[in-house]
Design a protein around this ligand. Structure first.
Ligand code: ATP
Ligand code: MG
Length: 386
């Protein structure tokens, strides 16, 4: 990219729309590279606004606020997928480097667009169909069997906008309550959930991280193990190849996570996230290049970094809001018990079930790593008391 400011280290200015924990964790990754990092935050006290040197406060749905923010940046990228696609098309038409661009990003915003495109490209997906009525869903369930999974095409996150339904009356309830477009999928009998993180730059270079296992509880990611323990080599390779193909097909720039289901017959694509992702938090402590640095490198079109892990296993456990309004008092005990523990907190108001931080441990003994990471996450939220 061309950049605006010359200095002892004249680097580009990357602007991230959204001030959540992903922007917060991108800020320190910009520092060693001398990349100036700016954030368009929803509020002055949002997670990233607390740590980024250059913060603007504004609404990501407001075309003027986003355009004004973009004027001060060489590249615009995202902490979330909620900026309206149309707004981004207009920015791009006005000459702003939007990465990922709206033509790619829409596949992470709209599950129907994503399913259509991946199906057309021959990528393995669950059987699915767009639906508009109870009868559509019942007909689909007649073909694939109950239960089925209903999904809002837009706006879902952390399992909001996803409903498993076992009979017609449950379908009626969901259709009555959910606004907007819906699709239905077969309920996949997966053995586990996987995610593959890739990065792709405008020049077309791509890099892929090891396949990880993700554990979801009530639709929220709880735990990530890298690499996915005991994964068959052909499944891992197929998963990585599928993710690289998606990145190339869609012309993604930046980091993308492809969420997948592992099944007896191979891997199926669940959904896409075009930004750093919870399944890649382990890379901060556990890989040569963190996903946040990789995202920065990709959006400014620098060569990508090595994705090599530092240890045989990394285990990351999310800290969900629990009993303690303040996480800090628990640090002393966790740190004293486990000097190898890596703690990351997001500066967010603690609310029950909300992602407020994560912990990572690295090593070779997977059972022991799980015990250490779960203990720390449990202690931080007040679930474990010794
Ligand atoms: N077709 C399916 N079959 C079985 N389980 C499913 C299916 N689709 C979704 N799920 C379950 O629901 C979870 C959430 O679904 P999905 O990832 O599509 O929704 P989301 O709310 O957009 O997620 P995210 O929080 O990752 O943005 C999945 O991680 C998986 O556990
Ligand atoms: Mg998901």
């Amino acid at each position: 990219v061309t950049y605006q400011v010359a200095g002892p280290v004249a680097g580009p200015i990357v602007g991230m729309v959204g001030g959540g924990q992903l922007a917060r964790m991108t800020a320190p990754a910009a520092v060693p590279l001398g990349i100036r990092f700016r954030v368009l935050a929803e509020a002055p006290d949002s997670s990233a606004a607390q740590v980024a040197a250059e913060v603007e406060v504004g609404d990501h749905r407001d075309p003027e606020a986003v355009a004004r923010f973009a004027k001060g940046c060489d590249v615009v990228t995202f902490d979330h997928e909620h900026v309206p696609t149309e707004l981004l098309h207009r920015l791009e038409d006005a000459g702003v480097a939007v990465r990922p661009g709206p033509a790619a990003l829409v596949h992470a915003q709209d599950k129907r667009v994503m399913r259509e495109r991946l199906t057309a490209a021959g990528l393995p997906c669950p059987r699915w169909r767009p639906v508009g009525s109870v009868a559509d869903v019942v007909a689909f369930a007649g073909e694939v069997g109950w239960p089925v999974v209903l999904k809002s095409t837009r706006g879902g996150y952390d399992g909001k906008g996803v409903w498993t339904v076992g009979e017609e009356r449950a379908v009626e309830r969901v259709l009555g309550a959910a606004g907007g477009g819906l699709l239905v999928e077969e309920r996949v009998e997966f053995t586990r959930e996987l995610a593959v993180l890739v990065a792709r730059s405008p020049c077309g270079q791509a890099a892929v991280y090891p396949v990880v296992e993700t554990v979801q509880v009530d639709g929220i990611c709880r735990e990530v193990v890298a690499p996915a323990p005991g994964i068959a080599e052909d499944h891992a390779l197929a998963a990585q190849q599928a993710a690289l193909r998606v990145a190339g097909e869609l012309g993604v720039t930046g980091v993308m996570a492809v969420e997948m289901f592992d099944t007896a017959d191979g891997v199926l694509v669940n959904e896409l996230a075009m930004r750093p992702h919870n399944s890649g938090h382990w890379t901060i402590d556990g890989a040569v290049t963190s996903q946040f640095e990789q995202h920065l490198r990709a959006v400014v079109d620098l060569p990508l970094g090595a994705t090599t892990p530092h240890a045989p296993y990394a285990v990351m456990v999310n800290v969900l809001g629990g009993d303690y309004p303040d996480l800090y008092p628990a640090f002393r005990h966790c740190m004293a018990r486990d000097p190898g523990l890596r703690i990351h907190v997001y500066g967010k108001q603690v609310r029950r079930g909300r992602k407020v931080g994560h912990v990572t441990v690295l090593g070779g003994d997977l059972d022991r790593l799980r015990e250490r990471a779960r203990h720390a996450a449990g202690y931080l939220r007040g679930e474990v008391t010794e």
